[in-house]
Design a protein around this ligand. Structure first.
Ligand code: PLP
Length: 413
């Protein structure tokens, strides 16, 4: 897709400079963004957009949330970084809070332990290393699953185009069709260290686990003595209207990975091990210079506090349901259905026109994501207001029409 705001305005220079300086790992930027407030983003040319992507499910509190700004400013002015030779109160408090949310507090029946990272892929690296400490090596992961781009996380990521240029990757890893209980049971054996699954496959186009699949995975792991690792990097921290997406399935994983929404835009991730798994990584077996530094931990604490204080789980369920219902009732033949939970939604299209629809949306002032050729992903800030969702729904039929017209004429209508 061609850049929108950058033809001649102030944005143009930035895209050229970007092209000359940045490694060519990403596509041409669609916008040059300079400011955000709530669920609104503003580009270098002064155009405003409703942000229905939140930096890929990251900006849980939207942009420039006053509590997050105040907490992070105060923390950087007090103590920004010390390394893991030292403890800091924000780091300990965030670990305690996360364990509390998982029912894994110290002294409880199934206490857990937290390892903080700076990203989702690092949370997966920690999880993959932890599984090796079972004395087994094999990981069973899902087709179409995405877990990150570093070598360990890439080894359990399915997409051949991401993996093949970097082989050989760590292993053995066996991929099974997501949602197929028999295939999972057949793959897990006495050599299996762990089964690794997303409760909703985000990058695959927002594909939720079928009912019963995660509890089946739990039973299969228990039978084989394998760990169940749930990757909640995209689904965790309120995104689906619950603190963690897996709780609705009534399963208790051994390991859970988090990132994205946890810091509300400040980079932080976590690998959390529960029960016996909490003892698997021992002294010196993993590390990070930045992981859990007081700045990022403060951001995490503030995100958790604001979500609880402002009832954002409830409003995520409510606004998400309205968004899903509105999209379902859109009435345009391009919209074939809606998948997902809370504010992680996939609009399934009847034709591979997601790039055209995302481009039409951008021209109309909406940031959405063509996560696959036939799926639009919506992952807005959890602070999205009902009227903002309604505005998008009202415009959706026209956006679908514009996407269809673009396909027919080859140029934006
Ligand atoms: C489920 C899941 N795991 C891991 C990752 C990797 O996270 P990061 O991009 O922060 O490394 C992602 C990113 O999209 C993800 O969706």
């Amino acid at each position: 897709m061609s850049p929108t705001t950058t033809a001649n305005g102030p944005g143009a220079g930035w895209v050229d400079r970007y092209a000359e300086t940045m490694m060519r790992t990403f596509a041409t930027p669609r916008l040059v963004l300079v400011r955000g407030e709530g669920a609104t983003l503003i580009d270098a040319d002064g155009r405003r957009y409703l942000d229905l992507l939140a930096g890929i499910a990251v900006n849980s509190l939207g942009h420039a949330h006053p509590d997050l700004v105040a907490a992070v400013c105060h923390q950087i002015a007090t103590l920004g970084h010390v390394s893991n030779y030292f403890a800091t109160p924000p780091q300990v408090r965030l670990a305690e809070r996360l364990l509390d949310l998982l029912g894994a507090s110290p002294g409880g029946p199934s206490p857990g332990r937290v390892f903080f990272t700076n990203s989702g892929t690092e949370a997966l690296e920690a999880a993959v290393k932890l599984t090796r400490r079972t004395g087994r090596a094999k990981i069973v992961a899902a087709e179409n699953g995405f877990h990150g781009r570093t070598m360990g996380a890439l080894s359990v990521t399915w997409k051949p185009a991401y993996r093949e240029p970097f082989e050989p990757l760590p292993g053995p890893v066996q991929f099974v069709p997501y949602g197929d209980p028999e295939a999972l049971a057949a793959a897990v054996d006495a050599d299996t260290a762990a089964v690794l699954l997303e409760p909703i496959q985000g990058e695959a186009g927002v594909r939720p686990a079928p009912e019963g699949y995660l509890s089946h995975a739990r039973a299969v792991c228990d039978r084989a003595g394998a760990l169940l690792v749930l990757d909640e990097v995209q689904t965790g921290i309120g995104r689906t209207g619950a603190w963690f997406a897996h709780t609705r399935h009534g399963v208790r994983p051994d390991v859970i990975t988090l990132a994205k929404g946890l810091g509300g835009g400040v980079p932080i991730g976590a690998c959390i091990a529960l029960g016996e798994a909490a003892g698997l990584l021992g002294p010196g077996q993993h590390g990070s210079t930045f992981g859990g530094n007081p700045l990022a931990a403060t951001a995490g604490l503030t995100v958790l506090e604001v979500i609880a204080r402002d009832g954002l789980l409830e409003s995520t369920r409510r606004v998400g349901a309205a968004l899903a219902e509105g999209a379902r009732g859109c009435g345009h033949p391009l919209l074939a259905g809606v998948r997902g939970e809370g504010l992680l939604l996939g609009l399934a299209l009847s034709a591979p026109l997601a790039p055209q629809l995302a481009a039409a949306a951008l021209r109309a002032g909406y940031i959405v994501n063509d996560v696959t050729s036939d799926t639009i992903r919506l992952a807005p800030p959890l602070i999205l207001r009902p009227e903002q969702a309604e505005a998008f729904i009202a415009d959706l039929p026209a956006l679908c029409e514009a996407a269809t017209a673009t396909e027919q004429t080859g140029s934006p209508s």
